[in-house]
Design a protein around this ligand. Structure first.
Ligand code: ADP
Ligand code: MG
Length: 410
């Protein structure tokens, strides 16, 4: 059985369908071509789950799927008085055009829904003291929305890159390493969504052929070689399309458990607990669930570093068992998986994957599997058959190679 796989290698590098739709959308709505076109990718996290808010380590890479923003400065007539300054934004995904002015942008929550992510970027930039020019934007994307592949950060990163470029805020005036925090601030402070800094860091800072080793405390990054194509490998992503269940409540509960445990252990965050000290730390905790939560975070941080060590020396296939161990830890210790993701992981391994794990916050979402590039179809077929056996709705698949972060493409 051959399943349709999106070709993750064929990134829309500026002449592809998503770019064209953003560009044509702009021209149709505003009657002129855009001054420029910018793009930012979605991401998958290779390993390091629920480590971000414990001040730990994550290792995402950028997807070939991107959100593209075609944009121009607003017409001079529209730039009349600063208080009247405004932004007009159309998104193909929502099918709507929205408009907001500086007063809206300065009041978190004033623009709601998807427009809040866009207005949030304007707000975060202005709050940090940067002037943001009035502008018109048209947005298209092939990042699946709400699948855990970070369409929200792709939207923020693409808009931020477009507006800063249009406003003459190049990397000399707004360094790239300061941008993820601004995009995160847009999502936390304006759109009202609590999220860590991984997604925005990945969308802005990733490089092609590399994964991004991010220290969530210092925000230091290392671009770790992850050249899947050269090794004849691919990451198969399975979008389980399992409905997310109880996500926000369970997320808050895991966070609270980790913070409580850190308090009991007398450390500011669980990142402080070295894996060698784990047995002693566990002895000091009052109950079994707390011990298992801590064991996940401490061992997961260790697995991220072990993965990085292997990748630095080009031993990509050997990370497989670490991916699979990460999944077992999420399933048994952190208890954030659901049957759909467990079945996908088991089937991917049975189909010949080197390793497989759920990626993202949990309770649904996507699974990734490290596979030989020419075995991706076979592994996908094994997962599809297992889903049919369990009576789950069919998942969707694509293969992904690590792509580049936010950039101007026209
Ligand atoms: P994820 O980031 O995993 O895809 P989120 O719930 O964090 O899921 O973000 C999804 C939301 O982001 C959508 O519901 C929508 O409001 C917004 N969004 C993302 N991309 C777009 C887009 N291209 N056009 C309009 N809204 C978008
Ligand atoms: Mg998101």
């Amino acid at each position: 059985m051959t399943l349709p796989l999106a070709d993750g290698g064929a990134r829309d590098s500026g002449a592809g369908p998503v770019t064209r739709r953003a560009h044509d959308g702009f021209r149709q709505r505003y009657g002129v071509p855009p001054a420029g076109v910018w793009a930012a990718p979605g991401r998958v996290n290779l390993i390091g789950e629920h480590t971000d808010y414990n001040d730990g380590f994550v290792l995402p890479f950028a997807l070939p799927h991107r959100t593209v923003v075609a944009a121009s400065l607003a017409e001079p007539a529209e730039q009349a008085a600063p208080a009247e300054q405004g932004w007009t934004v159309w998104s193909e995904q929502s099918g709507e055009e929205i408009a907001f002015n500086t007063a809206d942008a300065d009041r978190p929550g004033a623009v709601d829904g998807w427009g809040g992510y866009v207005a949030g970027v304007v707000w975060a930039l202005r709050e940090a003291g940067y002037a943001v020019p009035a502008a018109r934007l048209a947005i298209a994307s092939d990042v699946p929305l709400g699948a855990g592949l970070s369409s929200s950060a792709a939207l923020e990163a693409a808009v931020l890159t477009a507006l800063t470029d249009l406003g003459g805020l190049g990397p000399d005036r707004l360094p790239v390493d300061r941008r993820p925090a601004l995009a995160q601030r847009a999502e936390n402070g304006y759109a009202g969504v609590p999220c860590g800094i991984m997604d925005q860091s990945a969308s802005i800072r990733c490089r092609a052929g590399h994964a991004l080793f991010l220290d969530c405390r210092s925000l230091d990054v290392e671009h770790v070689p992850f050249d899947l194509a050269a090794a004849g490998l691919a990451v198969l992503v399975v979008d389980t399309r399992a409905p997310h269940r109880h996500v926000s409540g369970e997320y808050a509960a895991r966070r609270a458990a980790c913070e409580r445990a850190a308090g009991l252990l007398g450390v500011p965050a669980l990142r402080e607990v070295p894996v060698d000290d784990l047995p002693a730390a566990l002895d000091r905790l009052p109950d079994d669930p707390t011990r298992r939560r801590v064991r996940h975070v401490v061992t997961e941080n260790h697995r991220v570093r072990e993965t990085v060590t292997l990748l630095r020396s080009g031993r990509i296939r050997e990370i497989g068992p670490l991916l699979t161990a990460s999944h077992a830890s999420m399933r048994d210790d952190f208890e954030i998986t659901v049957p759909e993701v467990d079945v996908a992981v088991t089937a991917a391994l049975a189909g010949g994957a080197y390793g497989a794990r759920m990626t993202g916050g949990g309770f649904g979402g996507c699974v990734l599997a490290l596979v030989d590039a020419d075995a991706a179809d076979r592994v996908a077929a094994t997962v599809g058959a297992a889903y049919a056996e369990h009576g789950f709705p069919p998942p969707t698949f694509f293969t992904a190679l690590p792509c580049t972060g936010a950039e101007r493409i026209h």
